[in-house]
Ligand binder design. Structure first.
Ligand SMILES: [Zn+2]
Length: 327
């Protein structure tokens, strides 16, 4: 009996040692779970801020490098990032053609449990880069276009849908007034044209897509569609070419095309999209009195309009830039 007691006493000591070891192991697991979780959370936070700041900055790349850096930095501050954790660079980059906005972030995470194992803190970092290049795809495109042969001058007024031949620079030939059928198939006619003028084409269009002319003047659908957009500008003061809101319904993105196939020597059968251009629609009121030619669409060329979408630094610049993350 005495032997059993002393055995048990000895075992008690072992149990304590085992319990102590188990506690350390548990703390180790807790450290892993909690502190590694903290590391990941901090890294994700830095990553999100860096990505969004790079994208925001890249929207200004067509304007200037200073503007791009300023906007990226401003974005970081406004979204709760500690500016001392981030560095922003806008300019050329050895890894990419074209200009980039690069955001790098570094911060320290203080550990709770891993201190048991001798680790008090760790460095965590993230990096992001975004670029702006000629847009190679666009959403909500409206069914008028501009022939790539036409010179595009910033701020200049262009006739994008005409009512009578003197204004025709489309190169599309007899019976066409500048309206386009963006799905590339005959059919849909005036209804499709009017709805796409109002709301934009629902499918994404890409460089290389083939589109066709939508024949006919379609004065009614033109006025309907343009009025919808003109009335949709509820900005005060009203948007002008000197100051406009980027999301104004009066800003339209249209295809820049080249003639692809001919129906006969006087008439175009189809065109190929080579890029995208943006215009601010001219107000009817700017036309002055006595002008009732609402079958016409006029707009001012915007040379640095940025849209979300694919871009390619090799893509020729027609005024619309796509912005995307490259890292
Ligand atoms: Zn507006």
């Amino acid at each position: 009996m005495e032997k059993v007691r002393s055995f048990l006493r000895r075992e008690e000591g072992s149990v304590l040692v085992i319990a102590a070891l188990a506690m350390t192991a548990l703390m180790g697991f807790a450290a892993l779970v909690t502190d590694v979780g903290l590391l990941y959370a901090e890294r994700a936070r830095l990553m999100d801020t860096a990505d969004a700041a790079a994208l925001a900055g890249a929207q200004e790349l067509p304007v200037s490098l200073e503007a791009a850096e300023h906007v990226a930095g401003h974005y970081i501050e406004r979204n709760g990032g500690d500016p001392s954790d981030f560095s922003v660079y806008a300019g050329t980059d050895p890894d990419y053609p074209g200009k980039v906005v690069r955001v790098t972030a570094n911060s320290e995470v203080d550990f709770f449990f891993a201190r048991v194992l001798g680790f008090t803190k760790a460095d965590v970092g993230a990096r992001a880069a975004a670029t702006a290049g000629g847009a190679t795809s666009a959403n909500h495109v409206v069914p008028i276009g501009i022939n790539k042969e036409q010179e595009r001058i910033p701020g200049k007024e262009y006739t994008l849908k005409f009512n009578a031949p003197p204004d025709d620079k489309s190169g599309l030939g007899a019976g066409n007034f500048g309206a386009l059928d963006l799905d590339g198939n005959n059919g849909g006619g005036a209804n499709d044209y009017r709805e796409r003028l109002k709301h934009g084409y629902k499918q994404v269009l890409k460089v290389g897509d083939v589109i066709i002319p939508e024949s006919g003047n379609m004065a009614g659908p033109t006025e309907h569609g343009v009025s919808h957009r003109l009335n949709g500008c509820n900005h005060y003061p009203r948007c002008t070419i000197y100051h406009y809101e980027k999301d104004c319904p009066r800003v339209v993105v249209i295809p820049v095309y080249e003639i692809y196939e001919m129906q006969n020597e006087n008439k175009v059968k189809s065109m190929k999209i080579v890029g995208f251009a943006a215009f601010l629609l001219k107000d009817y009121s700017e036309e002055g009195k006595g002008n009732n030619a609402k079958a016409t669409i006029k707009g001012y060329f915007l040379h640095d309009y940025v849209i979300p979408g694919d871009s390619d630094p090799e893509q020729k610049n027609y005024g619309v830039y796509g912005v995307n993350l490259i890292e």
